[in-house]
Design a protein around this ligand. Structure first.
Ligand code: ADP
Ligand code: MG
Length: 728
């Protein structure tokens, strides 16, 4: 066994659990490190407090004088909590978070030192962040991008820094981050949904999107990860033979949480609660060493920030517990990958969840309105929805051989399907009084029962209605929630605007009653969006065929899927709703393509290196042992040796074959890489990496994994799957 593998296993198996004090009152810890309403009230003048509240709720501007007051209050609070630095905290297009700390400390010309933080520093910064991807929006020599305070997400203390959530935009106004378009989409959906919600309740003046994410992840001992250059550099195992025991027995799922992992979770929860992240649920997932974490849902912008933040916290807490968290969508071939379910709904300022079936017929008409419009939106923009979750990692979950297909469909369950079927069959035009009563009894009156029976869940659906929210399950575990949420908000906005126009037209031109008009439009939508609804097994071959017949897209790879993001239809949508302009959309497309190319390029290089520098030399060493053995047998047995050494001879030959195949494939892969690198256009390059370079991965892996089972375990340099997955 290589020294590294031996040491890694030794370390992993001899870990002492990190002790942890967790007798604290968790509810009292909640939000301790957040400049929340409670702290704001305590540290701010009533006028400044009012001003921030208005900014949070209605998007009102905060003037300079108030900003100075807010900054001063934030500073006092932060210093009291032991912060020494402040930073604008933003989400560049790398998908993760960025921070650049500045000390509060200032030294005056007279040599006097003090802590300073004013409105100007709070509101806007110009970080020299020229190395973040910008898709050609900024020239690096003119690297002017700035960050601007987002008062809707409260400041918090992380480590010793006061973090101020901000947007990140170019000097010329284009968004360079994930938050800006998200905020714009939230504003758009607010307006459109409020207008529709007013049909049912005149008192509604604001609608927010809500998000409750569920984060799946793997926890692997850090020593073991460090012994695997592929996991270390790419986040996933590029090779490794499946262990005899994987997840067949389903004995990990919802099982008792291993104690080391439990200690990690407890500390993670404490840290998250202090940061105001309302973590609630923890459990084992399907694969060995795979877990899930979910908070209570929040307003979507805050929930997105909290997911980005917690991913960072997870990495830090894991380090303390000698773990590495793997967020990759498919770290280990052959067992389940990880996702990040995005539970999404709309809620009014009057406290109503618009996707929750109500108790009265009228409330249910409201429910049906938002429910059917969402389905119609996904139907009309299914390709864009697929594009919103495209990434190199997620390609392993969508469309690969051991994963659900890359087809977007909506699951709603039997009862709601029946309701929609009935709705579809009501007659055109004005409803007769009998029809109305019947309808209310049959369709609308039925819905509360659905809440009682929430059992028919379909785990294979990428987009499922689960009682009072839609659950977008196809989002990748490493993704930033903002892009898929932005797109969902955008398509629903567009749909609700269309709906309102159609209903108003029937009321104005056909003299219809409001109810009738709503029913009529909804009925049409049910018919028009039928093909997106699917209740069966989403993982089956039959569904792929059926979906093709229905004309649904099935984009299996990222470069292919991403095309929908720059389609005429998509650009029109984003421009119309003022979420992004064409330049921004195209820049993002280029960035995503580049990111894809780079990821495949890195994987390709790492795989080539490991196969040539670790696997082949080890196989040769073992082969030499076999050859020596055969020679010895020949000395002892003379002519008879061939019979006696038969198995060894076969092995010697097999090993040679695998080695030469690996070598040949690597050479061919490197050639393809060289060709791809010469391509100028980002999209061509991404397609080349996808279609020409990537296919070699499986072939090279196949032969390496064969060698793994042939070669003496003592010699094998790479930590094996069973060790990675079953060391607790
Ligand atoms: P499951 O694992 O069965 O899908 P969980 O209970 O683990 O369900 O997670 C459901 C998630 O949905 C939680 O994060 C929860 O807060 C969230 N959720 C519940 N209601 C809403 C809602 N109205 N809007 C958004 N998210 C919601
Ligand atoms: Mg879920």
């Amino acid at each position: 066994m290589s020294k590294l593998r031996f040491q890694a296993l030794f370390d992993a198996q001899n870990r002492k659990p990190v002790s942890l004090e967790d007798n604290l009152n968790r509810s009292q810890l909640f939000g301790e490190n957040v400049f929340n309403k409670k702290s704001m009230r305590q540290y701010m003048t009533p006028e400044a407090f009012e001003s921030v509240m208005n900014a949070m709720e209605f998007g009102h501007k905060i003037d300079r004088k108030t900003a100075d007051q807010v900054a001063s209050a934030m500073k006092s609070w932060a210093l009291k909590k032991g912060a020494t630095h402040y930073t604008h905290w933003f989400q560049p297009l790398t998908g993760s978070t960025a921070e650049k700390h500045d000390a509060f400390l200032e030294v005056l010309p007279n040599g006097e030192a003090l802590e300073k933080f004013d409105g100007a520093q709070l509101v806007q910064q110009e970080p020299d962040a020229s190395s973040f991807p910008n898709g050609g929006i900024r020239n690096t020599f003119e690297a002017r991008g700035y960050t601007a305070w987002d008062p809707t997400s409260p400041a918090f203390i992380y480590g010793t820094a006061l973090c101020i959530p901000t947007i990140f935009v170019a000097y010329t106004g284009e968004a360079l981050d994930n938050k800006t378009p998200l905020l714009k989409s939230l504003q758009a959906v607010d307006e459109a949904a409020t207008n529709v919600a007013k049909y049912f309740d005149k008192n509604v003046s604001k609608v927010i999107a809500t998000l409750g994410w569920e984060q799946e992840y793997f926890l692997v001992d850090s020593a073991l990860v460090n012994s695997r250059p592929d996991i270390l550099l790419t986040g996933r195992a590029l090779l490794g033979h499946s262990p005899a025991k994987g997840q067949q027995l389903d004995d990990h799922y919802f099982g008792s949480i291993p104690s080391r992992a439990m200690n990690f979770m407890r500390e993670l929860e404490l840290e998250s609660l202090k940061l105001g992240i309302p973590v609630k649920t923890r459990h084992n997932e399907v694969a060995p060493n795979q877990f899930e974490l979910a908070p209570i849902f929040e307003e979507a912008n805050l929930a997105v920030d909290h997911n980005s933040l917690i991913m960072d916290v997870m990495g830090k807490v894991a380090e303390k517990h000698n773990f590495k968290v793997l967020f990759h969508e498919k770290p280990f071939a052959g067992i389940n990958g990880s996702g990040k379910h995005n539970n999404w709904s709309l809620a009014t300022n009057t406290g109503v969840n618009l996707l929750s079936p109500g108790k009265t017929p009228m409330k249910n008409l409201q429910f049906l309105t938002f429910f059917i419009n969402t389905i119609k939106a996904v139907h009309d923009y299914e390709e864009l929805v697929r594009a919103s979750i495209a990434s190199a990692g997620n390609d392993h979950r969508l469309g690969a051989n051991e994963a659900p297909p890359a087809i977007i469909s909506v699951f709603i369950g039997k009862q709601l399907s029946d309701v929609l079927d009935e709705l579809e069959n009501i007659t055109n035009g004005k409803l007769s009084p009998e029809e109305k009563t019947e309808l209310k009894l049959n369709v609308v009156g039925k819905i509360p029962e659905i809440l009682l029976d929430n059992t028919d869940r379909n785990r294979t659906s990428p987009f499922a209605f689960t009682g009072n929210k839609f659950e977008f399950r196809a989002v990748g575990s490493s993704a930033n929630c903002a892009p898929p949420m932005m797109i969902l908000n955008a398509i629903v906005t567009k749909q609700l605007i269309e709906f309102k126009t159609a209903v108003d037209k029937l009321i104005d031109e056909k003299d219809m009653k409001k109810d009738d008009a709503i029913f009529n439009v909804l009925r049409e939508y049910v018919k028009l969006s039928k093909k997106i609804r699917f209740e069966g097994d989403g993982y089956s071959q039959a569904w792929e065929k059926e979906a093709e017949k229905r004309g649904l897209s099935n984009h299996k790879t990222t470069p292919q899927a991403l095309q929908a993001k720059v389609s005429k239809k998509a650009i029109q949508l984003f421009e119309e709703l003022n979420i992004m302009n064409k330049v921004e959309v195209e820049a993002r497309h280029e960035i995503e393509l580049d990111e894809y190319t780079l990821k495949i390029q890195i994987e390709s290089r790492v795989l080539g290196d490991i196969a040539r520098n670790h696997i082949i030399p080890t196989a040769v060493r073992y082969q030499n042992t076999l050859i020596k053995n055969v020679e010895g047998l020949k000395n002892i047995f003379g002519k008879e040796f061939e019979n006696i050494a038969k198995e060894q001879l076969i092995l010697v030959k097999d090993i040679s074959e695998h080695i030469s195949k690996i070598n040949a494939k690597i050479t061919a892969m490197v050639d393809e890489r060289k060709k791809a690198n010469k391509l100028e256009h980002a999209e061509e390059k991404a397609f080349a990496y996808c279609n020409k370079v990537r296919p070699y991965f499986d072939e090279i892996r196949y032969h390496c994994d064969k060698l793994e089972v042939l070669v003496d375990d003592e010699l094998w340099p790479m930590t094996k799957y069973r060790e990675l997955l079953f060391t607790r």
